[in-house]
Design a binder for this molecule. Structure first.
Ligand code: SAH
Ligand code: SF4
Ligand code: F3S
Length: 460
């Protein structure tokens, strides 16, 4: 039986694709292992979004090559993911020990490619676009047992000036609603309690009949599912109807990832983003009105071609105004083939670094204050597992903050609940009182013993 090892770079869509590759290979009788030296097939699922992401994946490829036998026992090496699509055959030239190059749209063919290679010892290249695979059944094997990623669409039509995704993931295409619902129903049956619906731009989901609001409503109505998340949102496509639905649907978590990219209208235009800073702030306001305590996170690029100090100040000031719960800040990285790559990359590396640090500093203050404002409050946490010490539990708030839950009771009450009893709470929503807070992690107490006695764990 062929054993395979997968390592993943990039976004959650790539994580899902790796889980899908595992599922597809497993269906064909292959076995997943978690030590590369035990594997006969090594898959590196790559990302092209920034140069650094690409370099890290190839550094890892070399490491794995050096770790494994060079003899007749050499494992089959497969480069998958976005860089496979971008570089294609060039990968065979640069890394002669690679045997298979497979783009995201060709995942379904993986077992066949492996078998053909084993028979013929001919390198296999599968990077053609093929939209039809999105309609197939996805036999995904999820790493987590409580929450699962579910891809609802592939590709992107937006062509933001800096971005590789439309080139490596192809045109946008949505999975039929009924396939997604069937997948989520199956997950609930297996005990999953939370799903994250994934797409590069979930707001423009459309399967010909249903839009994203329809999908959210349908998924939220599934019994047994406790929480629904989704990402990523594009500010230009975030409709009033969707915002209302997010506000109304209880199971839809109060967390929206809404990438800003820049606070300067001039730069937003050059990026081809299709909205202004004022529109973005308006969306933030509407989201906060629609759902109490909603967490809003964002992505920002610093040092886009032509970004002046003044442009940057606009971004910094928008960050302070919007008060994001978290911001992921990236230094602009020119990607060959994108329209921005034709512009001079004229902000120096040192200046990009400074701008990144300035935003991070401002954001840390904001995040700390927001987290501290939760001290003393009771929040609902979906318990994911025992914490690493085995004595406490950990989980996430609806706003995606991590919470470490001290599950013991007050000293004058009964002794702490045993580990075995504690694990009964995995997959449950429990009320937790927040005691202390760091920037993103909260520490709280839950009267679990009392809950345990009266068996009043909430399960919406
Ligand atoms: N589809 C999502 C995000 C895709 S990539 C969206 O539209 O928001 C994730 C993030 O990487 C982007 O939000 C952007 O901030 C960053 N990014 C993309 N291309 C980049 C580049 N060339 N240089 C630096 N950051 C980039
Ligand atoms: Fe890239 Fe823009 Fe598409 Fe997001 S919306 S994946 S940033 S092109
Ligand atoms: Fe990277 Fe591809 Fe995702 S380029 S960010 S892995 S879609």
């Amino acid at each position: 039986m062929l054993k395979f090892f997968i390592t993943t770079f990039g976004c959650q869509m790539n994580i899902y694709d790796s889980e899908l590759m595992a599922g597809i290979l497993h269906e064909q009788g292959f076995q997943q292992v978690f030590e590369p030296k035990d594997a006969g097939l090594i898959i590196i699922n790559t990302c092209s979004v920034r140069k650094h992401a690409e370099e890290r994946a190839f550094a890892n490829l070399w490491d794995l090559y050096h770790l494994t036998p060079k003899t007749a026992k050499k494992p089959i090496f497969c480069v998958a993911g976005c860089t496979a699509k971008k570089m294609g055959e060039e990968i065979f030239r640069k890394y002669p020990f690679v045997d298979l190059v497979v783009s995201p749209a060709n995942i379904y063919g993986l077992p066949k490619l492996v078998n053909t290679f084993k028979k013929t010892r001919q390198k296999q290249l599968a990077i053609k676009n093929q939209a039809s695979y999105i309609k197939k059944n996805f036999p995904v094997i999820h790493a987590n047992k409580i929450k699962a990623l579910v891809t609802i669409m592939q590709g992107c039509n937006n062509y933001c000036a800096y971005c590789m995704v439309p080139y490596v993931r192809g045109a946008e295409i949505s999975r039929p609603l009924k396939n997604i619902v069937a997948e989520v129903r199956g997950l609930v049956k297996k005990g999953y309690r939370e799903v994250t619906l994934l797409g590069q731009n979930v707001n423009s989901y459309h399967d010909g009949k249903n839009d994203f609001t329809d999908l959210l409503k349908k998924i939220s109505s599934l019994p047994g599912l406790l929480r629904v998340r989704f990402m990523t949102n594009h500010p230009k496509d975030m409709s009033g109807t969707l915002i209302k639905a997010i506000g109304k649907l209880d199971k839809v978590c109060g967390h929206v990832h809404l990438p800003l990219q820049s606070g300067s209208d001039r730069i937003l235009k050059a990026m081809n983003r299709g909205y202004t800073a004022a529109h973005f702030l308006q969306l933030v306001r509407k989201l906060r009105q629609a759902k109490q305590d909603i967490a809003i996170t964002t992505d920002i690029i610093v040092g886009f071609p032509g970004e002046t100090k003044k442009d940057f100040q606009k971004t910094l000031s928008l960050v302070k105004q919007a008060k994001f719960d978290a911001a992921f800040v990236f230094k602009y990285s020119p990607r060959p083939g994108t329209t921005a790559a034709e512009l001079a990359d004229d902000v120096s590396a040192a200046e990009k670094q400074q701008r990144l640090e300035k935003i991070n500093q401002a954001q840390q203050d904001i995040a700390r204050k927001l987290s501290q404002s939760l001290i003393g409050q009771q929040v609902e946490v979906l318990v994911e597992d025992l914490a690493t010490d085995g004595k406490n539990l950990f989980g996430k708030t609806a706003g995606y903050r991590t919470v470490i839950i001290d599950a013991s009771v007050a000293p004058n009450q009964r002794p702490a609940t045993s580990d075995q009893q504690l694990s009964l709470y995995i997959g449950q929503l429990i009320p937790v009182k927040i005691i202390t807070a760091k920037n993103w992690t909260l520490y709280g107490k839950s009267a679990i013993n009392r809950l345990h006695r009266s068996n009043t764990i909430s399960s919406k």
